[in-house]
Design a protein around this ligand. Structure first.
Ligand code: FAD
Length: 402
């Protein structure tokens, strides 16, 4: 919550909106480079430090955070995963992704990453962060005097942050994307036509890593998160009410969809999160307008099919921070190329996500053509080393953009 001592008018170089992985990374990097910034966040610090979401981080992203001194606790605590399993037709098929790609996934729950990044910015670097703000508005984003304003709910006062540039990192439901006038950016959507019931179980994992159970009743997935918490997904119809999925129905269905000979039985536990996510994507092009630069889910949403969203948010944030720091030193080339540089990776990851979606959902599509091609993709991936290598590179995430 903002303190009443905060002046109602502040001048800074960069206003960063949103304290998710993208905004916090930008703010930390700016602060470390001596570029003045103010971070505003609609939720409380406690809330964002507990909001469950992602878990899989790609190795290049972890290494990049480590280079900036932002991954000490992550490197100490995160598990790494070297393989995952497809299950179908009652059998288990392991894909050894680390052996194939030379890289691993790090499993580190998003709330822990957010907690680390908030601590680095607020506690260690004494960065200016304003939590729990209301009614954030952007002003004059294509003019000479850009600014961000918000209302402090504890005093009712409106605060104005005058700035040179704005980093719009406020996620899928934020306000910055909507500040771009009609006709100045194109928003492209793609809907996978399915939804996932996302579940967090207070139960130890029932397999070593990720398991995708491909079944004609729909996908069932298992993802180890920590020794006591496991994420599960069940494919459901779009718009499904999570209330239709009581405890016993969830576990019965998971057992059917994840069944395979030799598999460990599932360890049940209370379901502490149960939300339905429609699997859809969008991309805003370009990711910038005037003095506003979008990063992360504010600019592009990638359905969590291939666990790419937070990794993309970090890629944008690293590029944006570099470009903002260069601008501060008089070089605007990074800002000029920012959108195009981000979108190269965004489209690669969207394409991979769509490819994997077909593999995972083809069998349950009710369409013989889709089921046949999905099964052909799976057989190729499991039988051909070159196909498996190409897959593993995309699944774990490439170091360089294609
Ligand atoms: P966010 O994390 O959404 O942060 C935006 C911040 O802005 C929030 O703190 C929000 O409160 C704040 N905000 C919103 N509106 C305003 C406003 N008006 N003013 C000020 N602040 C505002 N990705 C992966 O890479 N790997 C995974 O394993 C993975 N698993 C996922 C599982 C699930 C169930 C879900 C839902 C997503 C998953 N993702 C995963 C995606 C990942 O969580 C997102 O892509 C990531 O959070 C994007 O980060 P961000 O910083 O862009 O946005």
């Amino acid at each position: 919550m903002s303190s009443p001592a905060i002046p109602t008018r502040t001048r800074t170089s960069v206003a960063v909106i949103g304290a998710g992985p993208a905004g916090l990374t930008v703010a930390n990097l700016l602060r470390a480079a001596g570029v003045d910034c103010v971070l505003v966040e609609a939720e409380s610090r406690e809330f964002i430090e507990q909001r469950p979401r992602a878990g899989f981080m790609e190795e290049w992203a972890v290494r990049a955070l480590a280079r900036h001194g932002l991954a000490d606790r992550l490197l100490e605590r995160a598990e790494t995963q070297a393989e995952f399993e497809f299950r179908f037709g009652g059998a288990r098929h392991t894909v050894r992704t680390a052996e194939l790609s030379g890289r691993r996934h790090f499993v580190y729950p998003q709330p822990l990453l957010v907690t680390d990044l908030v601590a680095a910015y607020v506690d260690r670097a004494a960065g200016d962060a304003r939590f729990g703000v209301r009614d954030v508005q952007l002003h004059d984003i294509d003019g000479e005097r850009p600014a961000v304003s918000y209302r402090d709910p504890s005093t009712g006062a409106r605060h104005l942050i005058e700035c040179d540039l704005i980093a719009g990192c406020d996620g899928a439901r934020g306000v910055t994307r909507a500040a771009i006038p009609d006709g100045r950016a194109v928003l492209t959507r793609y809907d996978h036509g399915v939804a996932w019931l996302a579940l967090l179980a207070e139960a130890p994992p029932s397999a070593d890593g990720v398991v995708f159970g491909i079944h004609e009743r729909g996908l069932g997935a298992h993802m180890a998160r920590s020794p006591d918490v496991t994420r599960y997904y069940l494919q459901v119809a779009p718009g499904e009410d999570p209330g239709n999925w009581p405890h016993d129905r969830v576990w019965d269905e998971l057992r059917i969809r994840l069944a395979a000979s030799g598999a460990r039985p599932l360890t049940e536990g209370p379901l502490v999160e149960k939300v339905v996510l429609d699997m859809h994507n969008y991309v805003v092009e370009p990711m910038a307008y005037g003095r506003l630069y979008l990063a992360g889910d504010a600019a592009h949403l990638v359905a969590p099919i291939a666990a790419k969203g937070m990794n993309l948010a970090l890629n944008d944030a690293l590029l944006l921070a570099d470009a903002l720091i260069a601008h501060h030193r008089g070089d605007d080339s990074g800002l000029a190329g920012y959108s195009e540089a981000c979108l190269r990776r965004v489209w690669q990851y969207l394409e991979f996500s769509q490819w994997l979606s077909e593999v995972l959902h083809g069998a349950s599509s009710g369409d013989r053509f889709r089921a046949g091609t999905a099964s052909a993709r799976l057989r190729r991936l499991l039988a051909s080393e070159s196909a498996a290598k190409a897959f593993a590179g995309l699944y774990i995430g490439e170091e360089a953009d294609l």
